[in-house]
Write a protein that binds this ligand. Structure first.
Ligand SMILES: *Cc1c(COP(=O)(O)O)cnc(C)c1O
Length: 443
């Protein structure tokens, strides 16, 4: 039996006439797995309902933000109340102060944050600030790390870029990419060699705090600490991109895990905190809100007080900030052990099903974030991540979808869990796995 997808197919056909590729963000087009993307009509708790009335357990969670589950009653109430008071003022308002204070309070090295509307804007602005503050122009990033579709950072980026096997993007001038140096992830020797030669030109090193956009590839012990040491020695800034890990890996993001007593990579920031952080996803609660921040002396370089210009018509939007604040209020200490236990349950069940069919795979973790690579052996870098069986993943993905489980439509993405995944949802996942593993084995 196959699910009816006539409604999704009709909308996709129509979408392709008025929207390039039929989607407003490439990975949604199912290019990595084939087939018709499901057009979702509504979502509640752990479940998505598409326009044909099919229901799916959601393991994408809008790529992270829906950490409490869809249309959570507290967030819905906060959004409704905020919207009733006005949609956008173009003036300062109270919610943005409360959200900024909540973020500053959670991540110890932060003294100030500036709110923006997307993770891309956050990393773009953090780069401009780093270049403005140092008077240098070269930026270092790592292969497989995705920092949004900023010109200078669209080089060997993971995520949708990996899914579509684009080495780069057309439309990015050589001059923009020419100021970017891409190094292999987890390779501190490569960083040291580069700095020994070009250290005086480098404004910043930007890294995902724990990469999730090539699948989960956590920093090895000493890597983050080494980045801090090398950048500090040469007067360059270290930018930790926590757009995905922020308030998902722990209450204080990956920073909290690295510095906390358990888990992660304790002592990773023993050499000092990053200079700048970027956030998005969870902190917007499903609405467009993101942020970048750091020490007050560094942030003072931003307009209106300093010379680095940065602005936004909808920045700090009252409805988006209300959603973000209500979501963060739900992101208590107690949430993370629950998420981790749910994630373990799913990962263990998937791993057992794949093992039973002899499908090569590897599960990797960053807090409650995990992904499954369709290959054996440790994945330390983008090159390792690319050496997996994406065709087997495609078969696995479609069998899961057919059985009512919506996984990320790419082998290079995190399986995102929410607090709304109850026993019924977990049973649906468990029931779907054996056939999906068989499909992967047959690929
Ligand atoms: C999602 C993501 C971004 C981009 O955020 P958008 O809101 O999609 O622009 C940047 N960095 C990381 C690490 C991300 O996961």
């Amino acid at each position: 039996m196959t699910l009816s997808t006539t409604g999704s197919q009709a909308l996709f056909d129509r979408a392709r006439t008025v929207i390039p590729g039929g989607v407003n963000s490439p990975v949604r087009a199912f290019g990595g797995v084939g087939g018709v993307p499901r057009f979702i009509d509504s979502a509640k708790g752990a479940w998505l309902t598409d326009v044909d009335g099919n229901r799916y357990v959601d393991l994408v969670c809008s790529w992270g933000p829906m950490i409490l589950g869809h249309t959570h009653p507290d967030v819905l109430a906060a959004v409704t109340a905020a919207a009733a008071k006005g949609f956008s003022f173009g003036t300062p308002s109270e919610n943005e102060v409360a959200l900024a204070a909540e973020i500053v309070d959670r991540v110890e090295p932060l003294e100030q944050v500036r709110l923006v509307s997307s993770g891309t804007e956050a990393t773009m602005s953090a780069l401009r600030l780093a270049r403005g503050a140092t008077g240098r122009s070269v930026v270092v990033k790592f292969a497989g790390c995705y920092h949004g579709h900023v010109d200078a950072l669209l080089a060997q980026a993971g995520s949708g870029v990996a899914t579509f096997a684009l080495p780069d993007s057309a439309g990015v001038p050589a001059s923009a990419a020419g100021e970017t140096v891409v190094l292999p992830y987890n390779d501190l020797a490569a960083v040291e060699e580069l700095f020994a030669v070009r250290g005086e030109e480098i404004a910043a090193v930007i890294t995902e705090a724990a990469p999730g956009n090539m699948g989960v590839v956590p920093p090895e012990p000493g890597f983050t600490e080494g980045l801090r040491r090398v950048t500090a020695a040469h007067g360059a800034l270290l930018i930790s991109d926590e757009v995905m890990t922020g308030f998902r890996a722990s209450r204080s993001g990956w920073y909290g895990l690295e510095t906390g007593p358990t888990g992660g990579n304790p002592g990773g920031y023993a050499g000092g905190a990053p200079d700048l952080f970027t956030f998005g996803k969870v902190m917007g609660g499903g609405f467009p809100a993101a942020a970048f921040g750091g020490r007050a002396d560094l942030m003072a370089n931003l307009a209106p007080d300093g010379p680095v210009y940065q602005a936004g018509t909808l920045s700090g939007n009252p409805v988006a900030t209300a959603a973000g604040l209500a979501t963060l209020h739900g992101c208590t200490e107690g949430l993370y052990p629950r998420l981790e236990s749910t994630a373990r349950t799913i990962a263990d069940a998937a791993s057992a099903a794949l093992s039973a069919e002899g499908v090569a795979h590897r599960v990797q973790w960053a807090g409650s974030m995990f992904s499954i690579f369709f290959r054996d052996g440790q994945v330390r870098s983008f090159a390792d991540a690319q050496a997996q069986d994406t065709r087997a993943y495609g078969r696995f993905f479609h069998a899961m979808l057919e059985a009512g489980v919506h996984l990320p439509p790419s082998a290079f993405e995190v399986w995102f869990v929410s607090d709304a995944l109850d026993e019924t949802a977990l049973d649906t996942i468990r029931a779907a796995l054996p056939l999906a593993a068989k499909a992967a084995a047959a690929a």
